[in-house]
Design a protein around this ligand. Structure first.
Ligand code: DGP
Length: 114
């Protein structure tokens, strides 16, 4: 199978506005922002979606969430708050089959989501 869109971004084969990177995750601004701050935090390992994560991915998943919170704080969202979202499968609204955590902030989020 070919590499995912987000693997190509991590390899700098496609452009993106990268805000954080380490050996396990990459964070970059969403190309279709749904809030004043909208960043995707993705594991470098191409796990398709949270439903396909394995017990061996525990460290990556924990790191992903910790880094999502760190990225949110680094972008000034710590006091105002923010939302983290994982879309899984058709009804979840998943469109890119490479796990990613949306970090959304800079405005008040509605509930329930549409
Ligand atoms: P989801 O629907 O949860 O699978 O979210 C996928 C997100 O990925 C969506 O908000 C738009 C974003 N996206 C899609 N293609 C690109 C791209 O090429 N670059 C960037 N930065 N974001 C992308």
């Amino acid at each position: 199978m070919g590499r995912t869109l987000f693997e190509k971004i991590a390899a700098r084969e496609l452009p993106a506005d990268i805000v954080y990177e380490d050996d396990m995750v990459l964070a970059f601004r969403d190309v279709h922002p749904q809030a004043p701050v909208h960043v995707l935090v993705v594991p470098k390992k191409p796990i398709s979606r949270i439903a396909d994560a394995a017990p061996g991915d525990r460290e990556i998943l924990g790191h992903l969430l910790l880094k999502a919170a760190q990225v949110a704080a680094s972008l000034g969202l710590e006091d105002s708050g923010y939302r983290l979202v994982l879309n899984n499968g058709r009804d979840g609204g998943e469109s890119v089959p490479h796990l990613h955590c949306h970090v959304l902030g800079g405005r008040a989020m509605g509930w329930p989501p549409g």
